[in-house]
Design a protein around this ligand. Structure first.
Ligand code: NAP
Ligand code: ZN
Ligand code: ZN
Length: 384
């Protein structure tokens, strides 16, 4: 793989010749890449996709972002993982078939699917548009029990097709580049949601810890909301790039003097680091009534939080998980309005394992995106 040289996507992608009154209805087999064990790496597989039920949308996937959560999950770093597992929850593609009751999506439309494909639809969280916090457990796009489809394990977007209930499908504005829009479906909404929850507006100072897939979206979104942005990074090599993304200040988090100089200067911190790290130095950079949202979910324990650091400035230490469906649509529309997309490096399916290693090593600016036209055909593969 040549870093920094995206594979140009094909100019025109033929849509599968299938509509709701297609002469060939029924389930379809998708070409996919996934893991068969925690140490298998990603290998060619197939996934059976159900025939669209009345509320279903079938999507011919064009691009799927590679999230660090995909690495954690496929490598079994979060424990209890069923295999085979096809990861991928930053999905953009075009509608290829719709069920008989679907009126809000049309064949050929550009759509997206993020981290969840179902939820109970009845609990307070679901009724409040917070499906990600469903009290009965959201159905993740991959690796979840599919509560309405025979309890099968859901399989994600490193695949040529996916079938999802219309309630969990997003409209992707046509003005957005499909490859660069794919990471919005996880990295984008995961950072947009806490920024909105904190009501970030012009003049606020936002800190972003970790300049990876999530972190670079947090910079772009906070800037688009009018905030001043300070980036904390462990990588000296990212200083110039962070400024190019719009950061007003870049602080090397291992430089104690620079950390001290940032004392009491920030309103809200979005922490996206994927590994255990000490949060106490970051609390000291917050003002009274500041908040730190931890978004990264390391597989090992974090160093303890010093309660005094929180108490002395009434600081809130919070978590946040992706976003609800309505908020995800709001984020996509916000991105179209403000011209915000992800910085991506498009990769082929046979580059996925190398891309994972490079992501763990922090060698991506800033999101790998799989071009699904490189997945090959479903023949002669094992089933996921
Ligand atoms: P990523 O692209 O790999 O970025 C993580 C960044 O963390 C790196 O670029 C690096 O930034 C920083 N970092 C510092 N020390 C590190 C270390 N020892 N190992 C790895 N990274 C280190 O990952 P991502 O896709 O943005 O995801 C970040 C985390 O968020 C993951 O744990 C992921 O599972 C989680 N996540 C959570 C949600 C949610 O809903 N809460 C959603 C998606 C992902 P610098 O080089 O700038 O220091
Ligand atoms: Zn993700
Ligand atoms: Zn629910």
């Amino acid at each position: 793989m040549t870093p920094g040289r995206p594979v140009p996507p094909p100019l025109a992608r033929p849509l599968p010749d299938l509509t709701s009154d297609s002469p060939t209805p029924g389930p379809r087999i998708a070409a996919a890449y996934g893991a068969t064990a925690s140490d298998s790496g990603l290998v060619p597989l197939t996934v059976a996709r159900r025939a669209p039920k009345e509320d279903d949308v079938e999507i011919a996937i064009e691009f799927c972002g590679l999230c660090h959560s995909d690495v954690h999950a496929t490598r079994g770093e979060w424990g209890n993982q069923d295999y085979p597992l096809v990861p991928g929850h930053e999905i953009v593609g075009r509608v290829s078939r719709v069920g008989s009751a679907v009126e809000d999506f049309t064949v050929g439309e550009l759509v997206g699917v993020g981290c969840l494909v179902d939820s109970c639809r009845e609990c307070d969280s679901c009724l409040d548009g917070l499906e990600q916090y469903c009290e009965n457990g959201m159905t993740g796009t991959y690796g979840s029990k599919d509560r309405r489809n025979g309890d099968a394990t859901t399989q994600g977007g490193y695949a040529s097709l996916i079938v999802v209930d219309r309630r969990y499908v997003l409209h992707v504005p046509e003005s957005l580049d499909p490859a660069a829009a794919a990471p919005l479906l996880c990295a984008g909404i995961t950072t947009y949601s806490p920024l909105r929850h904190f009501d970030v507006e012009e003049g606020d100072v936002v800190g972003v810890v970790g300049l990876g897939g999530l972190g670079h979206m947090a910079v772009k979104l906070a800037k688009a909301m009018g905030a001043d942005v300070k980036v904390f990074t462990t990588s000296g090599s990212k200083i110039a790039a962070a400024r190019e993304l719009g950061a007003d200040e870049v602080i090397l988090s291992r430089d104690e003097a620079a950390m001290n100089a940032a004392n009491r200067s920030i309103d809200v911190i979005i922490d996206t680091v994927a590994a255990p790290h000490d949060l106490n130095p970051y609390f000291r950079t917050l003002r009274v009534d500041g908040a730190l949202f931890q978004l990264g979910l390391p597989s090992e324990d974090m160093p303890p939080v010093n309660p005094g650091a929180l108490i002395r400035r009434r600081i809130a230490y919070a978590g946040s998980m992706i976003g609800g469906i309505a908020e995800t649509q709001e984020m996509l529309d916000f991105c179209a309005e403000h011209g915000v997309t992800s910085e991506v490096e498009v990769v082929r399916a046979d580059q996925l394992n190398e891309a994972y290693d490079r992501m763990v090593a922090g060698e991506v600016k800033y999101r790998f995106v799989l071009d699904t036209s490189t997945l090959g055909t479903p023949s002669e593969r094992a089933d996921a």
